[in-house]
Design a protein around this ligand. Structure first.
Ligand code: AHR
Length: 673
């Protein structure tokens, strides 16, 4: 990662405004800086003409296991290749220096059919034999935190070692705070027999290290078999066992997302059908979930040979996460097609039964009674109540007639059994072109409920196309803008990219009668293990931050009314006019009128906001996201370089004047009657 610029000036401004908030309420007219231009643009909000309801799903999340988003990220297991099922079964593991013995991966008499390989450790010395696991670019551990060390263990001979010791070793000098290689916590397992059994104990870290390693020692001579060797933080989101990394989930929860789309992305499709995402192999006990190579292992910007999917974060965990976030779960399923950018392998049309059954069984897993086969599994996993799944995606970004043929078969089967489940079809991998033009009419004809559009475009495209949906047919399928991001040079997460997305999103909001769902993509990326950029949130083993695009998404999602309000800019009913972008909604339960206004220009713009059919009275909240530097970014060391600043503004009457700073997104929440 490039080191991001610090913006000391902006931080100082932020704290100054925060200080102001404590002592005073600003008066609307006083908000215009003296350098503001004299001409005033009008933004009129027709409060007396509330439009269609704003779908609660409008702004949500797209999750894909790309960039170490799951293993090494949201799923906080610290041991890489805990099950020895990587293509190279010893990947991630190494023999400790000066240790006498051997480690061999075997498969005879393994734990179960999904997890056949295990490790035989043979200590040839009475003083023991040790191996270490490198973790996911090291292991991030915190001083004082507890970690559950567990393993399935069996002693193959009549007699064998009686204990297994785990030790956390601090990271390399300069990275960890414990001495390099020093022991910063240990624990011991004991009581083994000739049968596989799971053992666990707790290890407490005495120091913080972002790049620790786990050492596993057989302390006496003899052989011992181990599998599912795990070091898992006790501190997870809502303390769930096999739970998720809290700081990352908190960033998601703070966005109040309307939906959670999972598990991808191309990962749904796989490079070949055998490597597609199969949800049934991701549920039940983690030791029975079959690992596969991650589709992003050797594709895109950076090759990542140690990228596999353990499925410790599987479909149960995705549904649980959606529920925790208050988001509608949106699973996307393989429709019998491998990634068309790769093999494009297809299941023959008359051999789709297995794929369709997966879809039907998923509905049962999510919504079925506990007396059904899959509903019972959900209950055994800890969630007897249904997950209340309402929609499902058929394929990811597939295209061509082959896709349409398969969509039809899926649609007929699901509609016959579950007419209440909404179906999402694909518009292909781009915002326009042959495939796009072919697929939309097909989707309309097949009565898809939503059509999933994907576009990664230059920032200028977003500025130029914010009225894209004005001309969409209101009577057909709704739009799911399922993957989008603005691109700038180097695919950096700059303020300039985020600002273009903000301008574009005023068009999404204005068209919320036809655009029912939208999500930025991809969501998460490890700073040392990414394949794709830009991304919404970046993290290392201990820290995380939201990009400027994250703050744009969050501002839009957390400041959303329940009814659309028509807006005119300079007298023209539109979201984009004369270099400004705006959208508005009414939050019926509080009576607030919420305006979003984007000024991408280089000078501040004075605007006169008028309310037709209502008057504002009281303290309005004004949230401003701005930077004079379009290249500004956030970083692990300066996570709030570009971040919203909030102030309060006294308002009274039907007109409010304010200045939209240069390069800014402003959200105004007006208490109105
Ligand atoms: O978001 C990254 C990838 O972009 C997704 O996997 C795919 O759907 C799209 O091509």
């Amino acid at each position: 990662m490039r080191i991001h610029k610090k913006n000391v000036h902006r931080l100082a401004a932020a704290s100054a405004v925060a200080a102001c908030l404590c002592v005073a309420v600003l008066i609307a007219q006083s908000s215009a800086p003296s350098s503001a231009p004299a001409s005033v643009e009008s933004i009129a909000i027709q409060v007396s003409r509330p439009g269609p309801a704003v779908p609660s799903t409008l702004f949500g999340l797209f999750f894909e296991d790309i960039n170490f988003a799951a293993d090494g990220g949201l799923y906080p297991e610290l041991v890489k290749n805990r099950s020895f099922e990587f293509t190279e079964p010893l990947a991630g593991w190494s023999k400790s220096f000066a240790s006498e013995g051997e480690m061999v991966a075997l498969s005879e008499g393994g734990l179960n059919a999904s997890n056949p390989h295990y490790l035989r450790l043979r200590s040839e010395s009475p003083t023991g034999f040790a191996i270490t696991n490198a973790g996911f670019r090291g292991m991030g551990v915190q001083a004082g935190a507890e970690y559950i060390f567990s393993a399935w263990v069996r002693v193959p001979g009549a007699a064998g070692p009686k204990t297994l010791r785990a030790a956390l070793l601090a990271g390399a000098a300069g990275r960890g705070r414990g001495a390099a290689g020093g022991n910063i916590g240990e624990a011991t397992l004991s009581g083994f027999s000739g049968q596989w059994k799971k053992y666990e104990t707790v290890l407490k870290a005495s120091a913080t290290s972002p790049a620790a390693r786990l050492q596993v020692t057989v302390p006496e001579a003899g052989a011992i078999d181990v599998d599912m060797v795990s070091l898992f933080p006790r501190d997870t989101w809502r303390n769930r066992p096999n739970g998720l990394r809290p700081d990352l989930v908190q960033l998601l929860a703070d966005m109040k997302p309307g939906f959670l789309r999972f598990p991808g992305g191309c990962i749904v499709e796989g490079r070949r059908l055998a490597l597609r995402y199969q949800w049934k192999k991701t549920v039940g006990d983690v030791s029975e979930r079959r690992s596969i190579i991650n589709r992003w292992n050797d594709e895109n910007e950076r090759v990542t040979p140690d990228y596999f999917q353990s499925f410790g974060l599987g479909f149960y965990e995705y549904f649980q996460l959606a529920e925790d976030l208050g988001a509608t779960p949106v699973p996307i399923l393989n429709c019998g097609m491998a990634c068309q950018f790769n093999s494009g392998e297809m299941a023959p049309l008359d051999q789709l039964d297995e794929y369709i059954q997966d879809a039907l069984d998923l509905i049962e897993f999510a919504n079925g009674a506990v007396t059904t086969r899959w509903g019972a599994l959900r209950a055994r996993m800890g969630h007897p109540a249904p997950f209340n799944m309402k929609m499902i995606g058929i394929g990811n970004e597939q295209w061509g007639k082959a896709y349409v043929d398969r969509y039809k078969v899926f649609s007929a089967a699901i509609r016959a059994r579950h007419p209440d489940i909404k179906l999402i079809g694909s518009a292909g991998p781009s915002a326009s072109g042959t495939q796009f033009d072919y697929l939309w009419p097909q989707m309309r004809e097949m009565k898809a409920d939503l059509v999933d559009e994907h576009y990664y475009q230059p920032a200028q495209w977003f500025l130029d196309n914010s009225r894209r949906y004005d001309k969409y047919d209101r009577s057909g399928p709704k739009v799911f803008a399922g993957e989008y991001a603005a691109r700038v040079a180097g695919n950096r997460n700059t303020w300039g990219a985020a600002l273009a997305e903000a301008a574009y999103m005023t068009g999404l909001e204005r068209n919320a009668d036809v655009v029912h769902m939208a999500s930025y993509a991809p969501l998460l990326a490890h700073v040392d293990a990414w394949q794709w950029a830009p991304n919404l949130i970046w993290f290392d083993n201990l820290r995380s931050f939201g990009t400027p695009s994250y703050h744009v998404q969050k501002l839009f999602a957390t400041n959303l009314g329940t009814r659309l309000l028509p807006v005119t800019i300079g007298g023209s009913e539109t979201n984009a006019h004369n270099g400004l972008y705006a959208s508005a909604s009414l939050l019926e339960k509080t009576g607030e009128v919420i305006l979003k206004a984007v000024n991408p220009g280089e000078a501040g713009r004075k605007v006169a906001i008028s309310l037709a059919g209502a008057a504002a009275r009281g303290a309005a909240r004004v949230l401003t996201l701005a930077s004079s530097d379009l290249a500004a970014e956030n970083s692990l060391d300066n996570p709030m370089n570009v971040a919203p600043v909030e102030r309060s503004m006294a308002v009274s009457g039907t007109e409010v004047e304010l200045t939209l700073p240069a390069h800014s997104l402003t959200v105004v929440r007006l208490p109105a009657r």
